[in-house]
Structures are given as C-alpha cells and as structure tokens.
Ligand binder design. Structure first.
Ligand SMILES: NC(=O)c1ccc[n+]([C@@H]2O[C@H](COP(=O)([O-])OP(=O)(O)OC[C@H]3O[C@@H](n4cnc5c(N)ncnc54)[C@H](OP(=O)(O)O)[C@@H]3O)[C@@H](O)[C@H]2O)c1
Length: 219
C-alpha cells in the first residue's frame, strides 16, 4: 500500500517507515527540515518537505493524493511551549485530516496520547495541560468526520527500549503505563493492514498480547 506519514522524521515515524518499507509498502514521509531527508531515505521512505504549521490544505492534499492511508505521527515534542502544542498537536492534525478529505484518502491513523482531552492531573504544568487539550481537540475533530475511516491510538509513556512485540490495546481506561516506540510502530503497521479496525479510540501500553493478535481482535 501507499502510506504517507506526517512528522516523518519522528522517532515512531522512522520505525514505522522501516517496517512498512520492509514489507513492500511505499512510504512518503512529510518532514520540515531538509537535513532529515537522508535519515528518511535510509528508513526506506521518500521524503517530502512540508511544514504542517505553514502549508495550505491544497499543498498537503497534493502530498497525500493517491495514498491508501495517512498516519499522523507529528508532535511539537518535548521542549516546545503551549502555543506549538496547539499549532502542531491540534492544528496540524486537523490540516492533515482536511487534506486527506480533499484528496479522497479515507484511511487516517492518528497517534494521540493517553489522557487526551481529560482534565490535567493535579500538579501538571500549563504546557502539559495545553498538550492533552490539543490532543483531545485533534481527536474530537477526527471523530466528527464522516468522510474519514479514522483510528486513534493513545500510547502511554513512550520508551526507547527494544520492542517486546506484546501490547495491551483496548478502549480506555486501561490504567497508566509505558510502551516502546518499537511496539507503537508495530501496532500502526498492523492496523494499516486491518481496515475493519476503524472509528475507535484505543489506549496502547506494553502488555501480554502479541501485536498481530491484539489487532486481529479489533476487527
Ligand atoms: N513522549 C511520550 O511519552 C508520548 C506519549 C504518548 C504519545 N506521544 C505522541 O506520540 C507522537 C510521536 O512521538 P515521537 O516520540 O515519535 O515524536 P517525535 O520524535 O517528537 O516526532 C515528532 C515529529 O513531528 C515533527 N514536526 C514537528 N512540527 C512539525 C511541523 N510543523 N510540520 C511537520 N512535522 C513537524 C518533528 O519534526 P522536527 O524534527 O522537524 O521538529 C518530529 O519529527 C507525538 O505526537 C507525541 O506527542 C508521546
């Protein structure tokens, strides 16, 4: 299949590109920094420059046109302030969804975050509050769309430990916990191959169920 990954130089995105390219999919990775092109190519994807905080919906629609699926793997990242939580974690997701609709691409997998849209826990700072508000609003935007077959994945705290191949993937709430970026990428790759598993919002943690079985159980 043809897959476009937004936030294509992200840590999950590069892992996902490697998995998809290895199984023969064609991957286009949207990045905003030309210096990232080489890493994207090394992962087996084709880089395309597109800054999701400044691109128009027409420009993004051109990029995703002809894709079978888009994956939103972008994020303002640690160290960014509240404003970029809104312009990336919310607005860039909305832009990608608008562009997918315009281009007639129905399949949309969003990497959100556990706790999206919930009130921040006591003691969390304003940037965290802005982050989970932005993720929640991006999710709400997707859930309101009739023209997209969306799937929202909400990983717990991400780690760079080697993947285990086993996860807990279920409707919230499942409790707090961690999941490796390897395992998140494996789940995204598997759900792209499971088109019946859509219009669901799912928490994702490390767990006991093999990824393929966890995804098969959704359909
Ligand atoms: N950290 C956690 O524990 C955690 C937990 C749950 C969910 N998540 C979410 O999971 C997702 C993926 O995580 P990750 O660790 O793979 O993220 P990451 O490594 O920070 O990657 C995010 C990517 O988004 C890109 N990006 C930022 N602004 C952009 C823009 N304007 N246009 C295009 N791309 C832009 C970044 O590009 P640049 O390099 O150019 O900035 C970066 O490559 C994120 O949405 C994150 O919020 C994180």
């Amino acid at each position: 299949m043809n897959v476009v990954i937004a936030g294509g130089h992200g840590q999950i995105a590069l892992r996902l590109a490697r998995l998809l390219a290895a199984r023969g999919d064609t991957v286009l990775s949207m990045i905003r920094n030309p210096a990232h092109e080489e890493d994207v190519r090394a992962a087996g994807a084709g880089p395309v420059l597109c800054d999701l905080e400044s691109a128009s919906v027409e420009e993004v629609a051109d990029v995703v046109s002809g894709a079978d699926a888009v994956v939103f793997a972008a994020g303002a990242g640690p160290g960014s302030g509240a404003a970029r939580k809104d312009t990336v974690d919310r607005a860039a997701s909305v832009l990608l969804a608008d562009a997918a609709e315009r281009a007639g691409v129905r399949d949309f997998v969003q990497i959100s975050a556990m706790g999206a849209g919930e009130p921040p826990a006591p003691g969390r700072d304003d940037v965290w509050a802005a982050y989970i508000r932005a993720k929640g609003e991006a999710e709400d935007d997707l859930r309101a769309r009739g023209a997209l077959d969306w799937l929202i994945l909400r990983p717990g705290r991400l780690t760079d430990d080697p993947g285990t191949g086993r996860v807990l993937l279920a409707e919230p709430p499942v409790g707090r916990g961690e999941v490796t970026r390897d395992d998140v990428a494996a789940v995204v790759a598997a759900v792209l191959d499971a088109p019946a598993a859509r219009r669901r919002t799912l928490d994702l943690l490390g767990g006991d169920t093999p990824v393929e079985a966890a995804v098969a159980a959704l359909s």
